[in-house]
Design a protein around this ligand. Structure first.
Ligand code: C5P
Length: 239
C-alpha cells in the first residue's frame, strides 16, 4: 500500500482496566496463552506499509519490556512510558514522543486501543484505503444494531432515540499526527476517542464500517468471548 506520508501505529496501553474485574491491568491478562496486548500488537504488526509500531504504557509499568522480549516478532515495537491519567492524556503524550523521535506532523497515525485484541490487519488496511486521500481522516465504526434508550437518574427509560444515524466508534482511528495533537490539546482530557477531539475542531471524520468482533475488552464477560474467538481462529489456522 503506497502512502506519501509515513504511517505510525500508536497503541495506548496505560489503563488500569478496573471494569474488567481482573487482578492485573487487562492489557496483561492472559488470553489463549498470551497477554491480551500481545494479540493486539501482533495483529497491528501485520499491517502493510507500516513505518513504526508504538505502545504507550504508564511510567511505573515494569511488565511490557519483559512481555515483548518473549515475542521476537514484536522486536520492532517502541515502548513509551509516558501514559497519563486518562486515555486522551496517554495518546497526547505518545504523539509527542513520536514527534520528538523523528515523526512529522503530516504523517498519519493510527491510534488503536490495546484492549481491542481481536483486530485484524485487513480491517485496518480498509480504513487506510478509505482515509489515505482524505483531508480529515476517519475511524472504524459499526452502525448501531440495537434500539437505543436514554435513561433518567432512576434507571427508568426517558426516551427511545432514533438509531438509524447512530454508529458505535471503534479503533483504529486514523488522523494526521499534527492535526490530532493540536485537536487533543484543545479538547482536554475528557474526550474518550480521537475523533471527538477532531470533531471539536469543526471537522467531520469519515466512518468506515468495522467488524463486530473488534469489540473492546471491558467487562469480565468480554474476556471469555475474546478467548473463544482466539481459540476458534487458532483451530482454523494452526501455527
Ligand atoms: O479505559 P478504556 O477501556 O476506555 O481504555 C481504552 C484504551 O486506552 C485501553 O487500551 C487502555 O489501556 C488505554 N488507556 C490509556 N491510559 C489511560 C486510560 C486508558 O492508555 N489513562
Amino acid at each position: 500500500m503506497e502512502l506519501t506520508q509515513r504511517l505510525h501505529v500508536l497503541v495506548p496501553a496505560a489503563g488500569s482496566g478496573s471494569r474488567a474485574g481482573t487482578s492485573k491491568p487487562k492489557q496483561y491478562q492472559a488470553l489463549a496463552g498470551m497477554p491480551l496486548v500481545v494479540h493486539t500488537l501482533k495483529a497491528m504488526a501485520l499491517i502493510q506499509g507500516l513505518d513504526s509500531l508504538n505502545v504507550v504504557v504508564s511510567p511505573g509499568d515494569n511488565q511490557m519490556g519483559g512481555v515483548l522480549q518473549c515475542h521476537p516478532s514484536l522486536s520492532q515495537v517502541r515502548v513509551w512510558p509516558v501514559g497519563g491519567e486518562t486515555r486522551a492524556a496517554s495518546v497526547g503524550a505518545g504523539l509527542q514522543a513520536l514527534l520528538d523521535h523523528g515523526a512529522a506532523p503530516g504523517d498519519w497515525v493510527l491510534v488503536h486501543d490495546a484492549a481491542r485484541c481481536l483486530i485484524q490487519a485487513p480491517w485496518v488496511e480498509e480504513l487506510i484505503r478509505c482515509c489515505r486521500d482524505d483531508a480529515v481522516g476517519g475511524l472504524l465504526a459499526l452502525p448501531l444494531p440495537d434500539t437505543l434508550k436514554q435513561a433518567d437518574a432512576t434507571l427508568r427509560v426517558r426516551a427511545t432515540l432514533e438509531r438509524t444515524d447512530k454508529w458505535l466508534a471503534q479503533t483504529p482511528q486514523m488522523f494526521r499526527l499534527g492535526l490530532l495533537q493540536n485537536a487533543l490539546k484543545h479538547a482536554g482530557s475528557s474526550v474518550t476517542d480521537e475523533a471527538s477531539a477532531i470533531e471539536a475542531q469543526g471537522l467531520q471524520p469519515l466512518l468506515v464500517r468495522g467488524n463486530a468482533l473488534n469489540f473492546k475488552v471491558t467487562y469480565p464477560e468480554d474476556l471469555l468471548l475474546a478467548q473463544c474467538v482466539l481459540q476458534a481462529r487458532s483451530q482454523e489456522n494452526p501455527a
